[in-house]
Structure formats: structure tokens, C-alpha cells
Design a protein. Structure first.
Length: 556
């Protein structure tokens, strides 16, 4: 009973600690929790639609995984969409208490997003403390994992990728299941494995890679094939997760087997560049020094962010070089984890400042059915950060134990290094996207007719995401819509834009009643030649609302 109380105290204390850190780090965003989205306009707009769809937009009793709310009128399946299921469930749960108003829904969505930081910190804290038995060094380890630069970057772009909070709990439960030969811990491992996968399908593969790595490492260390709990745990964990997730996995496999376009490129683009490990990320206080480097890295800056921290790298190297003073098996295990997941994060080829050097194992993975769905190798960095966090905790614990015997200068240097570790991950440059409903959308929302759709122009990736967020305002089906895998051919793909008279008939036949047309270009809306001639639309369709930035046109 006493042990339970101590654990509960550590759980609550660590959660409060990491929550306070998050409050300080994201203080510039907190006043806008109900009126803006975290990060620049991009997939975060789609993430908000996901929360709205789960809480409001999904029609009760209908198939959750098929909708014509987007890609109207044909609709699309959503099995391969970017839902972070535990997170959108929390949003839905919140709406049952606080309602579904726009500001409430925005606040709930943002709160759930930011909650990933303290929860991830708690998980990594307990994982590090499991090995160090030291609270203070474990708190630092939890901080390194929870506030790692990749997590911050993805929080501004991808809710599902930012949902890393269940991973350390899974690893800890997996370790405990083997060490204690415990069925309860084994069930917990299956639960946290499933929650990780439901948060982001990439984590289904990454946690699976961890299980394989742990099993192979154990075989090498023991110089024998796995047996007993070393055999039961990986088999039961993997099998259990497949069973738990089968209601989703079976339809996904069936859809892929039917020939749907469920795969996308990226294995050789969205990768961890070797030099990026020591390059300050875009939100770093010194990011101006390395901004030109991110123009050399392949992919976009947030996927290329794999900065480990200069002091962290130094401590990890020190730990490895002095491994004879520690549990050598543990140090070798952490080194293997860091190396293996860093290799996977490199993608199909190892890159140095954008240039391809040598082929990497992901070249094989990118051609294996199912596995190639994890098309952004750099996201594997989440496990590198986890192993790094534990390694740094062990190193810091060893150094701080000797602080009383250190000369004053060395004490100052050690304290300075610890402060630098914390400051090095401070997010100094954060973006937010203000969001509100245009008054003109009220005409669409209040139209008594049912069953009609809306066309948003211009189209495009970011504009399509924005159209999804804007749908929350009028709550009518839209022709546009961005899904993680474009598995359906719809009106959006066949829309006539050169001959607007022909388009007019096309829209009437599809029951598209309104066009929301942006009048000016900005970072979200960029008019494209394939959208037609912007000025011609008002000649063919009747304007019912017009402002400086948009026009609402009526089709019929």
C-alpha cells in the first residue's frame, strides 16, 4: 500500500512538473487556446477537422469510416486517414460536458494536443527511473523525451505524430512483463502498444521494430534462442495488438488488396540527415545559424528536425566510453536502440547535407507491402529520443553522485551543462494560426435546403486543409478535403475549370449550391492556373456575399 502511495505521488508530482514546463514553454499560445491553432497553417487544420468530425460531423448511426462530408458527393473511406483515435475520443468526451461550440471545440482540441507533453514526460520519467532509481535524473530524462524538438515541431503540424505519450509506457510495461514474468504487465504492454498505434499508425510499426530489436538483443546477449517469457512476451504482445486492432486492420488490408491507392512516396525524402542531429531546429533560439542547412536537408523542416542536443550527445558518448563503470548490458542495449532507430530514420539512403551517400535498410522496407505505409522514416526518431533520454539520465545520475567530490570549477561546469540541456530544448520561435468564421458563411449554414454541397476555391493541399477547418463554420459537405491516402476519385478530381458554363451544369448535377471563392492570395490560399480564371466566376455565378477576402457565389 505504501509503495502504491509513493508511485501515485511520483505520478502526480511529475505530471504537475511537466505541465508547468509546458505552460511556460507555450505561454504565448495559451491565451489563444479557443481562437487559434498551434503552428502555421498546414495539416493542423486537418487535425481540427478530425476532432470536429469525431465529435460533431459524424452522423450518429452512420458508418464512421465512410463519409461524403468531404470529397462530396461521392465521398471517401477513412480507414487510412490521420485520426489520432485516443485524442479525438478525449475531444468527443469533452464535448459531452462542455458542448460543441466553435470556441469550446477549439479549446478542447488544443488542450488535448498540449496534454501530450506532460503525459509523455511522465512516461519517460518512470522509464528512466526504472533504470536509475533516481528521481532528479529521471525528471531530466522525461524532459528530454517530452520536449524533444521533433515533438514540438510535429505538435505544430501533426496531432497524430505528436501523440508520443503512450510509447514510454509501452516500453516500460514490456520490460516489466519480461523481468517480473507478469501477465498484468503483459496486458499493459498490449494496451499501450495499441494506444500508440491508434494515436499514429506509424507507431504500430515502430513499436513492432522495438519488439524485434529487444528480442534479437536478448538472443545475442544470452547466446541462445528466446525461451520462456523472453519468447512469450514478444509473441503475446504482437499477437494481442493484432487481435485488439483487427477491427481496423482487416478493413485496411482489404482496401489495399482491392487496389486502392494506400501507399505514398517519401522513404527517400522525409529522412533524418546525418548533419541534422546537431543542427538547431526551426524553433530554436539559435535557429538563424542553421536555417541555410535546413534548405539543404530533403523534405520539409519539421520532418527533417532530429536535433538531439549538443550536451546530450556529449553525455551519451561519455556514457558509452565509460561503459565499464556501469551495467554494460544496459549501456549496450541503449546504444543498440539509438543506432538501430537512427539507421531506420535515415530512410532509403544515408544523407549528409542533402547528398545521398550509401543505401540503408529502409530501401528494403520501402518495398515491403504494409511496412512501406510508414513512408516518413524520420519519424522513427521518437525512439532515438527515448533511448537518448534514458542514457542521459544514467550519465547525469553518475556525475551528480560525484558532485561533492568535485572541485568548485567542475561543479559549476556540471550545473552549467544541466542548465544548457534544459535551455537547448526551449522552443523560442512558435507559430499560431488564428481561426474564426467569416460572417458570409452564415448564409450557407442557415440555408434551409438539405443535402447540398460547397465548392471551395482555390484548391490545393493547404487550401484543402483550410476548407476542412472552415467546414466547422457552415457544417455542409464540401467538394474538397485532404486525407492521408487519396483512395477515391471524386468530383474534385474531375472538376471542369476551363469552361465555366460546362462547370455550372456539372455542379448543378452534383448538387453543389455554393462556391466559396478567395479573392486574394496569402500563405493559405494560392490561386492556381488549374482553378480557372478567378474573375470569370462572378460572371457565371450570382454573388450572395462579398468582402475584401472572399466571395460567396450561388450556383443554383
Amino acid at each position: 500500500m505504501r509503495q502504491f502511495g509513493v508511485t501515485l505521488s511520483r505520478l502526480g508530482g511529475s505530471f504537475v512538473f511537466y505541465s508547468l514546463v509546458a505552460a511556460v514553454y507555450f505561454s504565448s499560445f495559451l491565451p489563444h487556446l479557443s481562437s487559434a491553432f498551434f503552428g502555421p497553417p498546414e495539416d493542423n487544420l486537418q487535425d481540427f477537422w478530425n476532432s470536429w468530425y469525431a465529435a460533431v460531423g459524424h452522423t450518429s448511426g452512420a458508418d464512421f469510416f465512410f463519409t461524403n462530408t468531404i470529397k462530396f458527393p461521392e465521398g471517401t473511406t477513412l480507414y487510412y486517414h490521420s485520426f489520432a483515435y485516443p485524442e479525438v475520443f478525449l475531444v468527443w468526451l469533452g464535448t459531452q460536458v462542455f458542448g460543441t461550440g466553435l470556441t469550446t471545440l477549439t479549446w478542447l482540441h488544443n488542450t488535448v494536443l498540449l496534454l501530450s507533453f506532460p503525459v509523455a514526460g511522465v512516461g519517460a520519467f518512470f522509464l528512466a527511473r526504472h533504470l536509475t532509481r533516481d528521481t532528479w535524473s529521471a525528471l531530466l530524462g522525461g524532459y528530454i523525451f517530452a520536449f524533444n524538438p521533433s515533438h514540438v515541431q510535429h505538435a505544430m503540424h501533426h496531432l497524430h505524430v505528436a501523440s508520443i505519450e503512450f510509447i514510454p509506457f509501452f516500453v516500460l510495461a514490456y520490460w516489466q512483463a519480461i523481468e517480473k514474468k507478469s501477465v498484468a504487465w503483459l496486458v499493459s504492454a498490449v494496451l499501450f502498444f495499441a494506444l500508440s498505434a491508434l494515436s499514429c499508425w506509424y507507431y504500430l510499426f515502430y513499436c513492432g521494430y522495438f519488439v524485434v530489436l529487444h528480442t534479437i538483443f536478448t538472443c545475442i546477449q544470452n547466446r541462445t534462442l528466446p525461451r520462456g517469457w523472453d519468447l512469450y512476451t514478444p509473441l503475446a504482445t504482437t499477437g494481442g495488438v493484432i487481435v485488439v486492432l483487427s477491427p481496423l486492420l482487416i478493413p485496411m488490408v482489404r482496401e489495399a488488396a482491392a487496389g486502392s491507392n494506400v501507399y505514398a512516396s517519401g522513404h527517400d525524402v522525409f529522412v533524418a540527415d546525418f548533419f541534422a542531429y546537431i543542427s538547431f531546429p526551426p524553433h530554436h533560439i539559435l535557429s538563424a545559424l542553421t536555417r541555410p542547412l535546413y534548405e539543404l536537408f530533403s523534405g520539409n523542416p519539421w520532418e527533417a528536425t532530429v536535433y538531439l542536443g549538443i550536451a546530450n550527445v556529449g553525455l551519451a558518448v561519455w556514457l558509452f566510453l565509460n561503459r565499464q563503470k556501469f551495467d554494460r548490458r544496459t549501456v549496450a542495449y541503449l546504444a543498440a536502440g539509438i543506432a538501430v532507430f537512427a539507421v531506420i530514420a535515415s530512410g532509403s539512403h544515408l544523407r549528409f547535407l542533402g547528398s545521398k551517400l550509401i543505401p540503408m535498410p529502409d530501401l528494403l522496407i520501402s518495398n515491403v507491402p504494409l511496412l512501406k505505409n510508414a513512408r516518413v522514416p524520420s519519424r522513427t526518431i521518437v525512439f532515438v529520443y527515448l533511448f537518448f533520454a534514458v542514457a542521459v539520465s544514467i550519465a547525469v545520475q553518475a556525475l551528480t553522485q560525484k558532485i561533492k567530490d568535485m572541485a568548485m570549477l567542475k561543479r559549476i561546469a556540471l550545473v552549467g551543462m544541466l542548465l544548457f540541456i534544459v535551455a537547448d530544448f526551449y522552443p523560442a520561435h512558435l507559430d499560431i494560426t488564428p481561426f474564426s468564421c467569416s460572417p458570409g458563411l452564415a448564409a450557407i449554414r442557415d440555408d434551409p435546403e438539405k443535402g447540398f454541397g460547397v465548392l471551395n476555391l482555390p484548391d490545393g493541399y493547404v487550401a484543402g486543409n483550410a476548407a476542412m477547418a472552415e467546414q466547422v463554420c457552415h457544417q455542409r459537405p464540401i467538394v474538397q478535403g485532404v486525407t492521408s491516402r487519396d483512395v477515391a476519385r471524386t468530383l474534385r478530381d474531375m472538376l471542369e475549370t476551363k469552361d465555366l458554363e460546362k462547370q455550372h451544369r456539372q455542379l448543378i448535377d452534383a448538387k453543389i449550391k455554393y462556391i466559396v471563392l478567395r479573392r486574394i492570395d496569402n500563405e493559405i490560399y494560392q490561386w492556381r492556373t488549374q482553378d480557372g480564371v478567378r474573375g470569370d466566376y462572378s460572371l457565371v455565378y450570382r454573388p450572395v456575399y462579398q468582402s475584401d477576402d472572399l466571395s460567396i457565389l450561388r450556383v443554383y
